[in-house]
Design a binder for this molecule. Structure first.
Ligand SMILES: Nc1ncnc2c1ncn2[C@@H]1O[C@H](COP(=O)(O)OP(=O)(O)O)[C@@H](O)[C@H]1O
Ligand SMILES: [Mg+2]
Length: 237
């Protein structure tokens, strides 16, 4: 009770395929909670279900005490959940600045003095240097930074981030891990999807291990460290 996000017994289908088979999880204010599991486990489907992009057939999703299951994605966004999708979706023909302005517009956020933009550039000095570059000319790491920055300028109460470190060089994994830690340190709340166990253990207050659409383990990083069998069975470590 009292968590910012509470997901209870979520079931989601794609056609006949029963993908999420009773997922329950909670994210408290200022927590970083990670959903971890191998490819096809149901991580993205969980985020899509929370955002209303996939329609859960059954289950409750409470955000700030209100049931949001079955609502439209834009309504859910307006209530304060921002989603940074796995595929990033940076607009290739718009500049970094315009990608960010569009995200603010979509979220109904005004940034008259440019303070919000300045704040986001504190996390990503690299993006500030690239402010006039069009999306298509950004590296993979820069696109990931922009995708997260777009989430931040929506001033969300909860940020959903899907595999931000996927496919990035170790140095960029480190940079992005640092940024997520800093967002958390400044009071942000994050539901993270990761396959990188080291990143997940370093960032999270708690973790959920998902496999075949079911939560198989939940606990703190220390508790997961003490479960090599769980790590081996569900994470292939
Ligand atoms: N649009 C879709 N239509 C049908 N099946 C899908 C679709 N998207 C994902 N799936 C299937 O749902 C399962 C969970 O996928 P997903 O949530 O994307 O896993 P993860 O993000 O953990 O890798 C997988 O078996 C995947 O093949
Ligand atoms: Mg995924």
């Amino acid at each position: 009770m009292g968590s910012l996000l509470e997901v209870d017994d979520l079931h989601t289908y794609y056609g006949e395929a029963h993908i999420l088979q009773g997922v329950s999880l909670a994210v408290g204010e200022r927590e970083v909670v990670t959903l971890i599991g191998r490819n096809g486990a149901g991580k993205t489907t969980t985020l899509r279900s929370i955002m209303g992009v996939a329609q859960p057939a059954k289950g409750r999703i409470a955000f700030g005490g209100e049931n949001i299951a079955g609502r439209e994605p834009h309504e859910i966004a307006r209530r304060g959940i921002a989603w940074v999708p796995e595929e990033r979706r940076v607009l290739p023909n718009l500049s970094v600045a315009d990608n960010l302005r569009l995200a603010m517009l979509g979220a109904g956020v005004k940034d008259a003095g440019g303070t919000l933009l300045a704040e986001v550039f504190e996390y990503f000095p690299r993006l500030k240097e690239r402010i006039d570059y069009r999306g298509r000319f950004l590296s993979g790491g820069e696109q990931q930074m922009l995708a997260i920055a777009r989430g931040l300028v929506a001033k969300p109460r909860l940020l959903l981030v899907d595999e931000p470190t996927e496919g990035l060089a170790p140095i960029l994994v480190q940079t992005l891990t640092g940024v997520l830690a800093e967002i958390s340190r400044r009071g942000g709340t994050i539901l993270l999807v990761e396959q990188n166990l080291e990143v997940a253990l370093a960032l999270s207050s708690r973790l959920y291990v998902i496999d075949q659409g079911r939560i198989q383990f939940s606990g703190t990083p220390d508790e997961l460290r003490r479960e090599p069998a769980i790590q081996q069975r569900f994470l292939g470590v």
